[in-house]
Every structure is written in C-alpha cells, then in structure tokens.
Design a binder for this molecule. Structure first.
Ligand code: GLU
Length: 606
C-alpha cells in the first residue's frame, strides 16, 4: 500500500502534492500521478518509475490550481504502467480517484459496470471506485444543476456501500471543486489541519513540513476538506462525527518509521496487518473453498503434476523448506526445495509434467529468475510467489500469487517471509482440496487457524520488551545455535540467518535431532541455544534434545506454547508470555532458560 497526498488551500496544489509524495518516497512505489482542479476543469499527470519522471512531466506540462490529490502506487492489480498509475477517472472524466488498498470484489463490480456499457482504461481494481461514484452522481443530479458537496458525499457513500475490501481514498470531482473527499477502511489516512488549507495523507511525513496538527481518520470515516474547514461523517450512516486534532511531535525521520527505531522493527510490527492483507478474500470457510484468482493454472493442471520443485534464495528458501512439509503431508505430492543458485547450475530432472514454484519477495532475484528460465526451457510449468506485480518473475511465470504485504524497506526480510508462508499454506490447502487429500474437518480447522493468525501474531509481538531484555543479556555471545524439528527446523534456519544478517553474530540453524551427531560438542555456557519448541508431534523429541543441552551447561532460550509448564520446569521458569511486558529477574547462570510463550493453538496436522 503506497502513498496518498491531498490538498486544498491557497498554494499551487501541484507543488504541495509533489513535495508530499517526495516525502513518502521512502515507502517504495512503482509509478506516481496527480490530479489538480482548476475551476470546473481538472487535469491529470501520471508517470511510471521515479517521481523525478512525474516532476519532469509536470515541468513540460504544468498544472495550475489550488486543490488536488496525488499518489504513489505499489501495484496489486495490473502491472506498473502509465495507464494503471493513479489517479483513475470515471466515464465522464470528471470524477477522479486515488486509492491505497485492495478492492476485493472488483471483478464482480467491473463485470456489472461493463454490462452497463462502461469502458475501462486500466487493469486496476481502483478504477471501479471512480465509475461507481460517477454513476451514483449521475443518479442523484439532474444536469446542469451544480453538484453540491452534500450530494457528492452521498454519492461517494453510496459507491462505498458496494465495495468490499480495504481502502484509503482521495476523491475529487470537477463539478464540485470546492471540496476534496477522503475515506478510510483499514488503510491509514489522516487529515492535516492548516490555516485556510487542509491536507490528506496516508502517512504523517507527507505533511509534517506544512502542519503539525492532524486528525487521524478511523475505519469507516469520510472527510470532506474545503478551504475553510474539514467535516467528518460516518460512511455507513452519513451522521457527522467528531475526532480530536492531535499534535504530531515527530520529526520527519521518526515519522517515516512511524516512531519505530528502524524500518525492520516497523515491518516486524506490521505483520498482523500484512498477514491479514495477504489472506484477505482467499479463504472461504463456509464453502471450504480457496480463491487464488491470479494462479492461472487450471485445476486439471494442478491435479496432474508429477512433482513440484520450489526454488528460492535466502529467506524465501526457508519459506520453501517449510512448505515442503505442507505439500507432502496435505497434498501428498512429492516436493523438492532447491537453492536457486544451485539449481540453475545442475542438470535438474524437471520436465513438462512438473511444476516449478519460484519464491522471491522482489520478484527480481537473479538466480531465481535464471532457475525459472531453465525450468521453462525444459517444458516445466512455473508459478511465481512474490510481492511485486510488475516484477520479472511475475511477468515470466505461467501462474502467480502475490503476497500483499506492501513494500519491504528493511534489507532483512521479515513481514515478507511470514506473508510467503501464509501464501504457501493457502496454496497447500488449495492443492489438498483439489486432490481430496485432507478430510474436511481438517481443512476447516486449518482455515480457522489461518483466519486467527493475524491476531495471534499481534499477541506474540507483545513480548517485545522481554525479547529486548533477552537481547541485552546475550548480545556479547559470539555464537548461537538455533534448534527446531519438523516445521520448526526451517524456522530455526531463518532465525540463524536473521541473527547473522542483523547482528553480525555467527549463528547456525540445526534440526535438533542432529545435535548428537556433532554440534553438541560445541555446547557450553558461551553458546546460547535458541530452541523452537512449540507443541506438536515432535515436542517430546525436542525436549529430549534440550535436556542434553541443559546437561552440558548450555543456556537455552525456548520459544514455546503458552501454558507449557514442562519447558519452564526444565529451564529456569522465567517466562515471557505474550502480553507480559518483561521477563522477571534474569538468573544469569548456566541452564537459565527464559521462555518466550506463543499463543496456544491446535497444532497443524503434520
Ligand atoms: N490496488 C491498487 C492498484 O493496484 C492500489 C495499490 C496501492 O495501494 O498502491 O492500483
């Protein structure tokens, strides 16, 4: 989800909008655009790529006027291109919209609009909003009566009542140039309050240089900005609402990170949201159906694959390793997982009966792209799992599934990893349903768990202060061992990778059953062991391994399920349950084992 800036006041709107968009650049985007109102006319400028391109475009074809909205896009529907860049217009060209988020039911809405003769100019989900508002205005207004702000608001409310999904919207009409409308549902949007000028922004940095006073819109709020005032209404009831104006104490840099110390931390805390976005609309628990509209592989194709090979690098490779457990167990399909840079230089046995799944956050990982080309050359069908619509992988693979986790700025992948896992779970469920390899109660149970996932992740994140205290205690250690078994083995690998990348501390991930075949010789009080020991089929085995560690004086930090008393008995009993702000009293001796408690859930059937 990218950037929105809106303005109404006395300044040249194009300058304010461009400046605001520039301040949101850090979020990443693939194209940008703006609309500026001038009396009863409006004009749009859009460009692919960097804002400098939009700026150059505006230099050649300047816009004048004192109201408008601008946007930086991170494509979710339709490749990054000029025609897909925002703003989007209705059929009259007089209603214009910018949008962050995903319109879940856009296909049905688009089909309805097309049946009524509406022509579409883009492949985005957003364009339906412009047409729906345009239609609602036409129903309410007998030309040439001017469009009053209340009528405009009613039309927007009517259009939004048809929409399912998430949005932050900026909407203007050339027939009602005295207002700019904002609306929010599950995507951030705020109103900047100036003197005889008001701003709309998806993020505070966009407006900080102009005002420090802001109203944070809540889900279901609609804001009507004019030069003199801002009025707020409930989208659902149309009733006026009050929200307090907040003073923003942040400097621009703090605001970019939403108050977090760095982007990686911000992105870690975005996970509940990014998981929700990634799973949205994909699981239908009532019908026990999985919706993957961009998969573009027929059910027959999926049923017939002989083997599946996952190729990826780094963190994405770990997501692939985890998926293998799911595909083998739920789909009962053979699944290889390969490091892309190795796969491409071997002579892998892959052919037309096989499916190659390529995972990459950016969709631009060179080795993964090369592996896809290699497999395509041998006739295999390819499927991309990535976070960027216009990326090379997305374009080159036969099928595609997007993780909808927004741009990831931190170099070490965090929210993209969990979003990849969410997509892989959904894909495995899809395969299991097609092949009939999972009993219906299991499918229902897994779907229910996935739908709770975002909340559980939010709970687990409440351990942050305690985790920070743990880090303070152990950061002098030069080596770490991460242990896990079964599904938690790839998680152990990923944990070790994160520690190496971020802290420059040597760390290795091991399947805990391998401990006795060598690495146990390294265990002493200077080698902390992080054990992922959640409840499940192999829990007892992991506990045995941890007892071996403890017997050698190793320090164990365990990630366990809330309510696990056995693991605290084995260790020090210092707990750090989700929701507890601190660990109570570090013991600081060999064998001390704080436990990070994860919310309880029924373990997946593996
Ligand atoms: N879903 C919209 C699109 O693909 C908005 C993307 C965004 O949030 O930037 O155009």
């Amino acid at each position: 989800m990218c950037g929105i800036v809106g303005y109404i006041g006395k300044e040249e709107a194009s300058e304010v909008l461009l400046d605001g968009l520039r301040r949101l650049e850090y979020r990443g985007y693939d194209s940008a655009g703006m609309v500026v109102l001038n009396g009863n006319t409006l004009e749009i400028r859009r460009s692919v790529g960097k804002l400098a391109n939009l700026e150059a475009h505006l230099k050649k074809h300047p816009l004048t006027g004192h109201a408008g909205v601008g946007h930086t896009r991170w494509a979710t529907h339709g490749r990054p291109s000029e025609e897909n860049a925002h703003p989007h217009r209705d059929a009259t060209g007089r209603v214009v919209v910018v949008h962050n988020g995903i319109i879940e039911n856009y296909m049905a809405l688009k089909a309805g609009l097309q049946a009524r003769g509406v022509k579409f100019e883009s492949q985005t989900d957003t364009e339906v909003v412009a047409h729906l508002v345009g239609e609602a205005i036409a129903r309410r207004r007998q030309a040439p009566v001017p469009l009053s702000p209340p009528l405009f608001v009613e039309a927007v409310r009517e259009a939004l009542s048809e929409i399912k999904g998430t949005y932050a919207l900026g909407i203007v009409s050339a027939d009602c140039p005295e207002v700019v409308i904002g609306a929010r549902r599950e995507c951030p949007l705020l109103v900047g309050v100036g003197e005889n000028e008001f701003f709309l922004a998806s993020d505070a940095p966009a407006i900080l240089s102009r005002t420090r006073n802001a109203i944070f819109l809540q889900d279901g709020d609609l804001a009507v900005l004019s030069r003199e005032k801002v009025l707020l209404f409930s989208i659902e009831t149309g009733q006026p609402i009050e929200r307090k104006t907040t003073y923003l104490p942040w400097d621009a840099l703090q605001a970019e990170k939403a108050g977090y110390r760095h982007f990686m931390l911000k992105e870690i805390f975005e996970q509940p949201r990014s998981l929700e976005d990634t799973l949205r609309g994909r699981l239908d628990i009532n019908e026990l159906k999985v919706h993957l509209d961009t998969l573009k592989l027929s059910e027959e194709q999926i049923k017939k694959f002989r083997k599946m090979t996952i190729v990826a690098c780094g963190t994405s490779y770990h997501a692939g390793l985890m998926a293998r457990y799911l595909f083998e167990s739920w789909v009962q399909a053979p699944c290889d997982v390969e490091i892309a840079s190795e796969f491409r230089y071997r002579n892998p046995l892959i052919g037309p009966e096989d499916l190659l799944v390529a995972i990459s956050q950016s969709g631009e990982t060179a080795d993964t792209i090369a592996a896809v080309r290699h497999a395509k050359g041998k006739g295999a069908t390819t499927l991309a799992i990535c976070n960027s619509v216009g990326s090379t992988l997305y374009r080159e693979c036969h099928g595609k599934i997007l993780t909808h986790c927004g741009p990831e700025i931190g170099v070490a992948s965090t929210k993209a990893f969990t979003a990849q896992l969410a997509v892989l779970y959904v894909l495995a469920l899809y395969g299991a349903l097609l092949r009939g390899t999972l009993p219906r109660p299991d499918v229902e149970n897994i779907m229910r768990n996935l739908l709770h996932l975002s909340r559980w992740v939010g709970e687990a994140l409440k351990t942050d202060a305690g985790v920070a205290a743990l880090a303070k205690k152990y950061f002098h250690s030069r080596n770490f061992l991460f242990l896990g078994r079964n599904l938690n083995y790839p998680i152990a690998l990923e944990g070790a990778l994160k520690l190496k990348e971020i802290s420059y501390i040597h760390a290795e991930g091991y399947p805990s059953g391998e401990l006795k075949h060598g690495p146990i010789a390294l265990i002493d009080e200077d080698m902390p062991v992080i054990a992922i020991a959640t409840q499940g089929r192999v829990y007892d085995k992991v506990m045995t391994n941890l007892e071996e560690v403890s017997a050698r004086g190793g320090r164990v930090i365990a990630l366990a399920t809330v309510g696990d008393t056995r693991i605290t008995a084995l260790t020090s009993g210092h707990r750090l349950d989700a929701g507890h702000p601190r660990i109570h009293g570090p013991r600081g001796q060999c064998g001390a084992a704080p436990t990070v408690g994860l919310p309880h859930r029924r373990p997946p059937r593996l």
